[in-house]
Design a protein around this ligand. Sequence first.
Ligand SMILES: [Mg+2]
Length: 267
Amino acid sequence: MNYFDELKNIKLYLFDMDGTLYLGDRLYDFTKELLETIRKSGGKYMFMTNNSSKSVNDYIKKLDKLGIKAEYGDFITSSQATSYYLEKYHKNARLYVCGTESLKEELRRGGFTVTEDLNEVDVIVMGFDTELTFKKLHDVSYMLLTRKDIPYIATNPDYVCPTEFGSVPDCGSVCDMLYNVSKRRPIFIGKPEPLMPILAMEKTGYTREQTAVIGDRIYTDIKSGLNAGALTILVLSGETTVDILNSSKEKPHIVMQSAKEILDSLK
Ligand SMILES: [Mg+2]
């Protein structure tokens, strides 16, 4: 089956950002025109990110610097998806957040109480914590060991976050440290889980058949799209090489050199 034909049914484009629309601080030359063309053709695009260390406002600023105007509703972040999950399964819970102030802000915005009083915590939330301290690791260890069934969730399973010099430990790595202590693993919310695309579809009212997930990583972006039942488009403009693609068990529906091919298909 030629999945390329299915592109014409797509109304909702869920874009991974780094490696898909830009690389670090360099916007790809087709990105602006691609986004404008989607909008003009009556479609909708959203930016989807696992990074829970930054707030949506941080991303609005980052995109603005690159020359792209975006607003709050244009984003689906793992922080928002975590808030959505908590609303569904742990309504009114008091949260211990091992994460940045930005993540706490996002969860408060979702109506939750963030507390550091370990006796009143209902749910532990782990994020990509660029403000991590030993005290937080101590607190979470204490709760995991003294309250064996306390709900324990994490924004994203990534082991590393890319930097200019390579990478730094991300949420998944810190959760591994805590596994060594407690033998417990959290419920992960971000990609490759389907929750972010599902949330985007619910928010916009588009169906799976009308939704495409576009990204440069098979084990997060593409898996998340496959798990959500959307059309998946792998772009080779970021992390994934043809060799990685060939040796991967999971396959995207469509492979493109870059998202410019979506622009070409819309013209
Ligand atoms: Mg990426």
